[in-house]
Design a protein around this ligand. Sequence first.
Ligand code: 6PG
Length: 260
Amino acid sequence: MSLKNKKKFRKTYKNFTLEHIVHIFEDAKLTAEAVANKILELSIDKKSKSQFFNIAVSGGSTPKQLFELMASDKFASLMPWEIIRLFWVDERCVEPTDSESNFGMTYDALLHHHYIPVDNIFRMRGEDLPADEIIEYSNVLKKELSERNGFPVFDLILLGMGDDGHTASIFSNSMELLNSDKSVEVGTHPVTGQKRITLTGKTINNADLVVFLITGKNKAEILNSIIKKKPDSLKYPASFVGNYLGEVEFYIDKSASSNI
Ligand code: 6PG
């Protein structure tokens, strides 16, 4: 991060505080089930108002169990699929058929059932030139979503957290993406150098509801630091995201909460 960006970041986030709402469950499955129930509750409410439910989902391994649960007999017949519109928080810059693809993971876990109408699935095109796709996808968001504070508004943004404290594809090497004036940017994995398409901090922080789904003891130490707002939490991007009111909900299992 350049010195100019560091100063801008510090100025923006020096008094940044969030209200944390923490839900702890026995294990990963019960945690995923709680999030599935939250999605069911919110989407049924939207249906009752004849509105769409616009949700942006993350990738990685954690949400796979959630998507499989949503597609299971327990939830599939209850979900108002016809009003759910699916967007992504981030995508690796690979083909959708690549094992690294977030879309590919979601397709294998949920979308291959074709519950969600194809016109309601808004895939980030990881196979396209990143600099082009961030423009394309920001135009999709502008067209498909309402706007608040100059940024698109999601009903729900579902986030994970890496064991390095990143979220979306905003890593500690690119904290300026939290403060970007664009709605979509290009992120870079700090170890592999893999390019990613990612929603920016201002887009995430403009959502009606931001939910973290985090499980596993490998997340416990950083999660503890973030939820207890310890000084070292300021180096983790996951410390700086919440909804437009400054609230963020954590759905975590006991393993991830062991230090809380
Ligand atoms: C991605 C995700 C990323 C993810 C975290 C947690 O593309 O990798 O969007 O932000 O949520 O890395 O990943 P796990 O669930 O695999 O721990």
